[in-house]
Design a protein around this ligand. Structure first.
Ligand SMILES: [Fe+2]
Length: 518
C-alpha cells in the first residue's frame, strides 16, 4: 500500500495544512449552507479540530465538535442550546476539486455539538480529504484512508500505536512526529484523558496557569467534556487526528483509576455514563460505539485485507472482582465471558495472516521483583491468570500462527513472549509476542537507563526489552514480518524534542517471539 504516489501526496498535504489552514481553505471558496437555520455564535467553531476513524473498505467515520469557547466553565463550548447544521465534504484531492461525498448533519447540545457522519461509497485502500463547514466558517482539512478490500492481498500495512497522554505529564511532541509518519492507521489504547488534574503542574502546554475550573476531578458530564476540550486544545494532538484515521479503545482513566464496570452503585453508573458520553462526543467513533447510559460496545474488529486483523478489547467494563488469594480461579474474568468467547472464536474465523489484539493492560506477566513470589501490578492481567492462560491456549489450539498483542497502560516500552502458563515456563508453549507501547506524555521525561528496568528483565525471563521514555510505536506488517519500531522523544518537559528510533524488534511469519534487529 505504501506507494510512491501516496507518499508524495502526503508531503504536499503536510505543506498545505500547517498553521493557518483555515485561512488557506477559506480562499478556496465557501460552501456553507445558504439557509442555515441556527448559525453558531460568533467565533471560530472548529477549535477542537477534525478527525476520522474506524476505516472500512468503503468508508470512514468523520468527526468534529463545535466549540467557539472550548474551555467555557459550563463544558458547553460557548454553543448554548443551538442546533447547528454542519456540512461535510469528502474529496479525492486536498483542494476539493473532486468532491465525491457530501452531506449535512446536525450538531446538538445533547451530544456536546459533536457530529459523527459515517461516509460510505468510497473506494478501498485510498486516501481521501475531508472538511466541515458551519456558520460560514470552514474547518481544517483532514486526511484519511479507507481500508483495503476484505480479500485484498496487501504488500504492507503501516500503523502506529499510542496511549496515555496526561496533559500535565508533558508536551505532546510525539504526536507532532506521529502526524508526519506515513501511516494507514493510528491505534490508541487508552488514557486519552486522565480524570484528575495534578495540582502541582497546573500549566497549559502553551504556558500560563490552568484556571481553577480545570483543576478539579471529573465526575459529571460537564467536567468530562471540559477535560476533552483541554486535552484537544493541543495542536499536536489535533494534527495527529487530522493526518490519519484512528481506531480507539479506552483504558481506565477515561472513567477513573482502575475502574471496572460491574456491580455499580447508581452513583458509579451515572459517572461511567457521563464519562462514556463525553468520550464518544470527542472521538471519531461509529454509531455502534455510541454509549447507552453506562453501557458501551468498544470491543470490535478492523480488517486490513488478508494481511492483518485488529481486535480491540475492553478489559474494564465487564471485569469482575478478583483477589490475590484466588487469582487462578476460572470465575474471575477481565473481559467478561461473552467478550472472551468472542475473542477466541475470532481466532478461528480470522482469515488474516497476522492477528493483532489491541489491549489495555500488558498481558504477559510482570513480576516486579526477582524473588520467587510474583509481585503483581494492581488491576492487571496478572490478577486474571486463568483467563489469560485460557485465551493463549485457545490461540494455540485454534492454530493462530501469528498472534501479536499490542498494549498500553504501563508508560513503558516492553517486548515479551506470550506463554500459555507463566507459572510453568519450562512446559508452557510460546504462542505469540506482546509489544507494550510507552506513553505520549504520562510520567514525564523518563530515562534511557533505569535500575527498575534491569530488575524487570531479571524477574521476568519472558521479557526481552524494557524502556521508560515517551513516544509511540511504529509498525510495518508484511506477509513475512511484523516490525515494531519504538519511536521516542528524549524529553516532554519542554517543547521541540526530536524523534528517535530507539529499538526495532521483528517477528517473523510463523515464528512466535520477537528478535531485535539493528
Ligand atoms: Fe496511563
Amino acid at each position: 500500500m505504501a506507494t510512491t504516489a501516496r507518499r508524495t501526496s502526503r508531503r504536499l498535504f503536510l505543506g498545505l495544512t500547517g498553521v493557518g489552514t483555515a485561512a488557506v481553505m477559506a480562499g478556496v471558496g465557501a460552501w456553507d449552507l445558504p439557509n442555515a437555520h441556527a448559525a453558531p455564535p460568533k467565533g471560530y467553531p472548529f477549535t477542537l479540530g477534525v478527525a476520522s476513524g474506524d476505516p472500512l473498505p468503503d468508508g470512514v467515520v468523520l468527526w468534529t465538535r463545535l466549540a467557539v469557547d472550548p474551555l467555557a466553565p459550563d463544558g458547553r463550548g460557548g454553543m448554548g442550546d443551538r442546533r447547528v447544521p454542519v456540512r461535510y465534504q469528502v474529496a479525492t484531492d486536498e483542494r476539493f476539486r473532486h468532491v465525491v461525498r457530501s452531506g449535512t448533519v446536525l450538531a446538538t447540545p445533547e451530544l456536546g455539538h459533536s457530529v459523527h457522519p459515517e461516509v460510505d461509497g468510497l473506494e478501498p485502500d485510498r486516501e481521501y480529504f475531508y472538511r466541515f463547514s458551519a456558520g460560514g466558517e470552514i474547518s481544517p482539512v483532514g486526511r484519511t484512508r479507507t481500508a483495503p478490500r476484505r480479500d485484498a492481498a496487501l504488500d504492507d500495512l503501516t500503523f502506529a500505536f499510542a496511549s496515555c497522554q496526561s496533559y500535565e505529564g508533558g508536551h505532546y511532541t510525539a504526536y507532532r512526529h506521529l502526524a508526519e509518519e506515513d501511516l494507514d492507521l493510528v491505534v490508541h489504547l487508552g488514557d486519552y484523558i486522565y480524570e484528575e488534574s495534578y495540582l502541582d503542574a497546573p500549566e497549559f502546554h502553551e504556558g500560563g496557569l490552568l484556571p481553577d475550573h480545570l483543576r478539579t476531578e471529573c465526575v459529571d458530564l460537564d467536567r468530562y467534556r471540559l477535560q476533552y476540550s483541554l486535552y484537544k486544545s493541543d495542536q499536536h494532538l489535533q494534527t495527529a487526528h487530522q493526518q490519519h484515521p484512528w481506531a480507539f479503545t479506552f483504558d481506565d482513566h477515561e472513567v477513573h483509576n482502575n475502574f471496572r464496570g460491574t456491580n455499580l452503585t447508581p452513583e458509579q453508573a451515572a459517572r461511567q455514563a457521563a464519562a462514556f458520553q463525553a468520550m464518544y462526543e470527542n472521538l471519531p467513533l461509529r454509531h455502534a460505539q455510541r454509549p447507552d447510559g453506562p453501557d458501551i460496545q468498544i470491543h470490535r474488529k478492523l480488517r486490513y485485507g488478508t494481511l492483518a486483523d485488529f481486535t480491540l478489547l475492553d478489559s474494564h467494563q465487564f471485569r469482575g472482582p478478583t483477589s490475590m488469594a484466588d487469582r487462578d480461579s476460572p470465575d474471575y474474568t477481565n473481559l467478561g465471558h461473552a467478550q472472551r468467547d468472542w475473542l477466541v472464536d475470532g481466532f478461528s474465523s480470522s482469515q488474516a495472516r497476522w492477528q493483532i489484539v489491541g489491549n489495555q493492560q500488558p498481558m504477559a506477566e510482570t513480576d516486579r521483583d526477582p524473588d520467587p513470589d510474583v509481585t503483581r501490578i494492581t488491576a492487571s492481567w496478572d490478577y486474571y491468570v486463568y483467563e489469560r492462560n485460557h485465551i493463549l491456549r485457545e490461540a494455540r489450539d485454534r492454530g493462530v500462527d501469528n498472534l501479536v498483542v499490542i498494549s498500553g497502560d504501563r508508560h513503558s516500552n516492553y517486548v515479551s513472549d506470550l506463554l500459555t502458563d507463566y507459572a510453568h515456563p519450562d512446559t508452557a508453549d510460546l504462542v505469540g509476542t506482546e509489544f507494550v507501547g510507552t506513553s505520549i506524555s504520562s510520567n514525564g521525561d523518563g530515562a534511557p537507563e533505569s535500575p527498575v528496568g534491569d530488575t524487570l528483565l531479571e524477574a521476568n525471563p519472558h521479557m526481552k526489552f524494557v524502556n521508560f521514555q515517551r513516544g509511540y510505536s511504529r509498525v510495518t506488517v508484511t506477509s513475512e514480518t511484523f516490525i515494531n519500531e519504538f519511536r521516542i522523544v528524549p524529553y516532554v518537559s519542554r517543547p521541540g524534542a526530536p524523534i528517535e528510533s530507539l529499538a526495532t524488534w521483528v517477528v517473523e511469519d510463523g515464528v512466535p517471539g520477537a528478535v531485535q534487529s539493528a
